[in-house]
Design a protein around this ligand. Structure first.
Ligand code: GRF
Length: 198
C-alpha cells in the first residue's frame, strides 16, 4: 500500500506525535512521517522525532503569541512542500494558522481537540467540560479552517466523566482516547491516498 506522506506540527510534549509514529513503525498506519516542525525550540516533540529518526525542525515563530508571523508561516509551507507532505497533522500546535497554510493545504490540515466539538473550543477544554457539570466529554479530530477549533468534524470519541474526576485525571483519560483516535482518523486518509494513487 502506498504510504501517505505526513508532516506533524506541535508545540509541546508530543504524546500524540509519539502515538502516530509508533503506529507507523508497527505497520498499523500506512503513513510516512516526513517532518516534525515545532515553534518551541526545546519542545519534547522534537526529541520524539529524533528518537524515531524523523527529520525535524524548529521554526522561529516571530513576535506574535497566538499566530506565526506571515514570513514564518510561508516558511512552514515551504518546509512542508519541500518534504512532499500531503497531509498536515497538528498535534498540540498552539498557534492559529492563517491564509498561507490554509491556501497551500486546503482540506489537508487536521487537528485533534480535547472535547466533543462543537462544545468547548479553546484552551483547557477538559476543564470547561468538568466545570460545566458534563457527564461525558471526549476528543475530536477535525479539519482546520480560519476559526479556532471549528472546521468540519472527521471523528470523535467519547470519554465518560467520573464522579471523582479531577481536571488532571480527566485530561489523562482524554489523552489516552486521543492516542487511539488520531491514528485511526489518519488511517482513513491513508486509505484514500492509497486508492487515489494506486
Ligand atoms: C492534546 O491534548 C490535543 O488535544 C491538544 O493539544 C494536546 C497535545 O498534547 N490540541 P501532546 O503534545 O500530543 O501530548
Amino acid at each position: 500500500m502506498k504510504r501517505l506522506p505526513i508532516g506533524i506540527l506541535g508545540s509541546g510534549k508530543g504524546s500524540n506525535c509519539r502515538a502516530i509514529l509508533e503506529r507507523i513503525r508497527s505497520g498499523d498506519l500506512a503513513a510516512e512521517a516526513r517532518v516534525v516542525i515545532s515553534d518551541v525550540l526545546d519542545a519534547p516533540i522534537l526529541e520524539i522525532a529524533r528518537e524515531f529518526s524523523v527529520a525535524n525542525a524548529y521554526l522561529p515563530p516571530g513576535q506574535f503569541r497566538t499566530r506565526l508571523e506571515p514570513q514564518a508561516e510561508e516558511e512552514v509551507v515551504r518546509m512542508l512542500r519541500d518534504a512532499g507532505v500531503h497531509l498536515v497533522v497538528l498535534a498540540g500546535f498552539m498557534r492559529v494558522l492563517h491564509a498561507p497554510m490554509l491556501r497551500a493545504f486546503p482540506q489537508r490540515i487536521i487537528n485533534i481537540h480535547p472535547s466533543l466539538l462543537p462544545k468547548y473550543p479553546g484552551l483547557e477544554a477538559w476543564k470547561q467540560a468538568l466545570t460545566a457539570g458534563e457527564t461525558v466529554t471526549g476528543c475530536t479530530v477535525h479539519y482546520i479552517d480560519e476559526k479556532v477549533d471549528h472546521g468540519q468534524i472527521i471523528a470523535r470519541r467519547e470519554v465518560a466523566i467520573l464522579p471523582h474526576d479531577t481536571a488532571e485525571s480527566l485530561h489523562a483519560r482524554i489523552q489516552i482516547a486521543e492516542h487511539e483516535l488520531y491514528p485511526v482518523a489518519i488511517g482513513g486518509f491513508c486509505e484514500k491516498y492509497a486508492a487515489s494513487s494506486a
